[in-house]
Design a protein around this ligand. Structure first.
Ligand code: CA
Length: 248
């Protein structure tokens, strides 16, 4: 069964190039030329991945992203953008985009990211259905996870299965990316993690561009998890990265 990719892109040449290359790789491809058409096609079909341009006429890519994510937290969405600013990336990533690809892109790199995103998504779907495709949990953070699936530190509790997070009994709302970041920190608590390690683990592969995005997300998570609570759990290790631990 071929995986289906929806391309939402208003520039005909880029859309055509993506269509041809993706078809050549064996994917089924749908093409939409505007945000509105893209949403219609999204609603009418079954898609395994969405390539979404940010600069679209009418409904912007960010708005399309927001509406798709309101219905579907899982489908991988890779954003295409001509801009290369951290703020743009972060606003899209915060709304649940899986990755950014900056134009002009090399087609090999784009295809590699599509494959990586599909692989991660298949792994996530398998783990949700209780089948473990990789030994990730067996090999890593098991030490910090009890038999009921809760990761804990001080009053902080996180359940990977139900996606519940709370601190001292107060529920905490996290975006999908913030949740993944906190899972990684909790699984590796008391270990100092570099920005590169965090990017690779949380964004799934070599994130294109800088690791500033880690600092931005640590700030978001810290605000929700540490502000107003004691003791602080997420600590900056100057010149290295971050560690989650109860400070002694
Ligand atoms: Ca465009």
């Amino acid at each position: 069964m071929n995986e289906a990719v929806l391309v939402i892109e208003d520039e005909p040449k880029i859309a055509r190039l993506l269509e041809l290359e993706l078809q050549y790789e064996g994917y089924q491809v749908g093409k939409a030329e505007s945000g509105t058409e893209g949403l219609e096609m999204y609603n009418d079909g079954q898609w395994d991945l969405i390539l979404l341009d940010i600069m679209l006429p009418g409904l912007s890519g960010i708005e399309v992203l927001r509406r798709i994510r309101a219905k579907d937290a899982m489908v991988p969405i890779l954003m295409l953008t001509a801009k290369d600013s951290v703020e743009d990336k972060v606003s899209g990533l915060d709304l649940g985009a899986n990755d950014y690809i900056t134009k002009p892109f090399r087609i090999e790199e784009l295809l590699a990211r599509v494959r990586a995103a599909l692989r991660l998504s298949a792994a996530a779907a398998a783990s949700l259905s209780g089948v473990s495709p990789h030994a990730t949990h067996e090999s890593s953070g098991h030490a910090n996870e009890d038999e009921t699936g809760w990761l804990t530190a001080a009053g902080l509790k996180l359940n990977e299965g139900t996606r519940e997070v709370s601190r001292d009994g107060t529920p905490i709302e996290l975006t999908p990316r913030e949740f993944d970041l906190l899972v990684y920190l909790l699984q590796n608590q008391r270990q100092v993690l570099s920005r590169d390690q965090i990017v690779q683990a949380v964004w799934g592969y070599d994130y294109y561009g800088d690791t500033n995005v880690v600092d931005v997300y640590i700030r978001y998570v810290r605000k929700k998890v540490d502000n107003g609570f004691n003791p602080p759990l997420i600590h900056t290790v100057r010149g290295v990265g971050y560690v989650l631990k109860e400070q002694s």
